[in-house]
Design a protein around this ligand. Sequence first.
Ligand SMILES: Nc1ncnc2c1ncn2[C@@H]1O[C@H](COP(=O)(O)OP(=O)(O)O)[C@@H](O)[C@H]1O
Ligand SMILES: [Mg+2]
Length: 328
Amino acid sequence: MSLRTVFESQPDRRYIMFGGKGGLGKTTLSATCAFWLASQGKRVLLFSVDPQASLSDIFQKDIFGKGPVPIMQNLWAQEVDADRRIKDYQEEIRKKILDMYGFDRVPEEIDNYIAAASAEPAMEESAIFDAVVDIIVQGDYDYYIYDLVPLGHALYYLSMAKVYDEWINKITKLREEMRQYDQVAATMRREETMEEDKILSELLYIKERINASSRILTDKHRTAFFFVLVPEQMIILDTKKAAALFAKFEVPLSGYVVNRVLPPDLGAGHIPEYLRNRITMQQRYMKEIQSTFGAQILAYVPEMERDITGLPMIERLAKRLFEEEPKA
Ligand SMILES: Nc1ncnc2c1ncn2[C@@H]1O[C@H](COP(=O)(O)OP(=O)(O)O)[C@@H](O)[C@H]1O
Ligand SMILES: [Mg+2]
């Protein structure tokens, strides 16, 4: 199996992700993969919610917060501005409270609550997740490649529904607390009852979307999830653990890509001892990787002479990855 045969033999897998720790090559591989698929005539959206604007870096183009930006024929890249998403969220909630209660402005306590709630990781994750949902439900592209943030082996997809549950529980509690405002406001306006809870139904609607999208993202018929690793002790250990977690949550894994493999001919001839030691060490880890992940390894990516930025460099890597046999 190679990366290419995975794509060719499973054309329905249109949601593509590369997982792994920060700095291992997720963005590089996402971009390389996007480039190759686009050059095969597929319409590809490569997107990220990473505040580091790493797609801007790799394509050497400012695309942050600008929606889908064309990169080349058939390829678009998009970097979601997560902070702005969160602010929009807060604003929306404020508006809804004002509408619901007929206030001119949001009472200070409530405003504080909204601010505190949005400082929570759950709020940020929710906003990010919602942005991802917006992107993947459009259906305009043949492939959606999600360039993951460093924090995840993307396991947070699995916990997302749970995060949402917790958040909704908090909001429900807030609703309870607001009942007093509710009564005061209703009395002032001489109204009998409140209309249905718009905020809560909105949240439940969002939660539904999250569930629908986490179904897509964990569906092995539609999603390909690859792990990126490098020949280093800690990373091998980490990848094994992550793979075990994936198995536990029944998230389908499509295979492994080994990045930063030193060119084999580097060891030939006279070289400094320092380099010789590095090569020997890497060879040992390569053996370990092969005995651990074996046939599930889809590609070996050579350590290039410099960072991978710009389309010509990405093209070189795409040729190497998709048009040559995988070899260590
Ligand atoms: N095979 C490689 N050869 C040379 N540089 C690489 C290679 N893979 C990744 N890099 C460089 O390493 C850095 C981290 O890679 P990146 O793809 O951004 O990792 P991640 O997205 O997992 O954090 C980038 O500067 C990238 O250009
Ligand atoms: Mg990255």
